[in-house]
Design a protein around this ligand. Structure first.
Ligand code: ZN
Length: 245
């Protein structure tokens, strides 16, 4: 069986639709999402509804949380992120707000041997990034499955811990899962990649032969940009899509 894992859709419906189509074309059984369904983009309700329609197993990201609660925003939201969260809060239907709020911070499927989390799995509520191999160690220490997926940084990366405790960090590539090692995969972003490749990013994991690797999908980026501008969201959110950063 083949599964697909994505993250950081950020209300970019055009990118999400392209990913769903691509997943169908390569016969993936199921899509999983590591959170940040909303924020930044112009289609928060459509993205929430499409994920539910497709039965996508999802965890809560920091933008999903900020958009679905009331009161002041976390201090680490920059002015543009804060403006887009304010706009998203006004757009979300009651049903979608409740759905986002109901999402768990971490999910694990012991049958498939996978964990899903938006940020570092060691302490999901802290929304920590893992920019260096050493910072992956606490997450490896608490992993209960051979493979874990995350997002949050909008740039794909792969970590694995070898039998002697050495942690490797490599850019997205195809790997064959070795039984004695554990893997932490940052799947990049569907709706707002920040690795200078504007195409939507996700990962495919073939459970039958234990092979895991990235995929990139081009989408109608100009339409997504036009919709961001028409919604009156900050111009930078439209401009950055074509730059992939
Ligand atoms: Zn994000």
């Amino acid at each position: 069986m083949r599964i697909a894992v994505c993250s950081d859709i950020h209300a970019n419906l055009e990118a999400l639709e392209a990913v769903l189509e691509d997943i169908q074309s390569i016969e993936c059984a199921k899509l999983y999402c590591c959170g940040d369904v909303v924020g930044y983009g112009s289609s928060p309700n459509e993205c929430c509804e499409l994920l539910r329609e497709h039965g996508v197993v999802t965890v809560r990201g920091n933008h999903d949380e900020a958009a679905s609660i009331e009161g002041p925003l976390p201090a680490d939201f920059n002015p543009i992120a804060a403006e887009s969260i304010g706009w998203t809060r006004r757009q979300l239907t009651r049903e979608n707000r409740a759905w986002l709020r109901s999402l768990p911070l971490l999910r694990l499927d012991r049958t498939l041997g996978i964990t899903l989390c938006h940020a570092a799995p060691a302490n999901p509520a802290d929304w920590s990034y893992i920019p260096l191999p050493a910072l992956a160690r606490p997450s490896f220490a608490c992993l209960e499955t051979p493979v874990a997926f995350m997002g949050h940084s909008h740039a794909g990366a792969m970590f694995w811990i070898e039998g002697d405790g050495h942690i490797m960090m490599v850019p997205p590539c195809v790997v064959r899962i070795r039984p004695k090692e554990r893997y932490l995969i940052n799947v990049g972003s569907v709706g707002q990649p920040r690795d200078e490749d504007p195409r939507a990013s996700y990962f495919v994991y073939d459970l039958a032969d234990g092979v895991l690797g990235p995929r990139r999908v081009a989408y109608d980026l100009e339409l997504a940009q036009r919709k961001i501008r028409a919604a009156g969201l900050p111009e930078k959110l439209a401009g950055r899509l074509e730059l992939g950063r």
